[in-house]
Design a protein around this ligand. Sequence first.
Ligand SMILES: Nc1nc2c(ncn2[C@@H]2O[C@H](COP(=O)(O)OP(=O)(O)OP(=O)(O)O)[C@@H](O)[C@H]2O)c(=O)[nH]1
Ligand SMILES: [Mg+2]
Length: 284
Amino acid sequence: MIIIIVIEMNKVMVDLIGTTGAGKTTIAERLKSGQFNAKPPMTTGPNIVTINHANNLITIRDHPGNERFQFMVNELINKQASIVCVVVDPNTKNSLKEAEENITQIIESRKAKFKEFEKQKQEISNSLPGLEQKLNEFKEKHKDLISQFDKFKEEHKPKNKDEFISTSEFFEKFKNIKESELGSEKLNLIEEAIKLEKQVKNAQSNLAKLDLKIRAGVPIPKMFLFCNKEDTFEELGEEKLNPFFENLEKIKNKFNIELISGSAKTGNGLNAILDKIVNLNSSV
Ligand SMILES: Nc1nc2c(ncn2[C@@H]2O[C@H](COP(=O)(O)OP(=O)(O)OP(=O)(O)O)[C@@H](O)[C@H]2O)c(=O)[nH]1
Ligand SMILES: [Mg+2]
């Protein structure tokens, strides 16, 4: 007898960003195949790589670092990212400057989203009392007519609780039956009341949704830095490395994010990337 045990895997997604040439594709490929590819083509759209690590199915989105594609990358990251690995490299000019810009952009865009929610909430809060008042006055003015429609709804509501008839469907029925008796002018007034009621309900429900979003806060993705090409450090020498690491330390402290070092060439530090991703994912 063969027993098959199905183990549910955790699914994790991570976005690799950073300046062009820092080694994102080399890292992703090495994680997948264990091989070092010295000449990967420049990335032009997100390369998707999937890796199985410690019972986690990790999807890596390896993004292009070239400036030309930044708009597209930002859009994807701003919409969906929850874990971001920012790759830096002391051999590549502007690597730290771009990393700092990328991280700032991610944080600012989330803050802007939050502000947008607050603005929308304020706008609805300002307009809702006026809408409610308009509806109440309209209902009061035409209360006899509207109560006829309410009575009709009550009499024609489905016996089966699971069945649902919308107000506009009720109105269609009502219209068919009562058109000759009431005439189109009165029917229009009832239709106007239905429209106003719908506007009020929509505004109330949007307000509740926005309130929930604001209370939950807009999550900022969890980020960490990976300093690649460790194998080149000796050759680069202290003169180049010291200012690089000083600035790297500043970025690390400014955003309070962790740093891992390694090399896609030797494979050193790559497992630490996977462990970090799993770790960040479970610390939600
Ligand atoms: N010496 C050394 N070279 C590396 C290492 N990782 C990547 N490279 C080299 O760096 C170059 C650029 O690597 P890519 O992986 O294409 O860089 P990328 O970040 O994906 O660049 P874009 O796709 O343009 O954003 C390639 O020639 C790699 O062989 C490393 O750890 N050590
Ligand atoms: Mg690439």
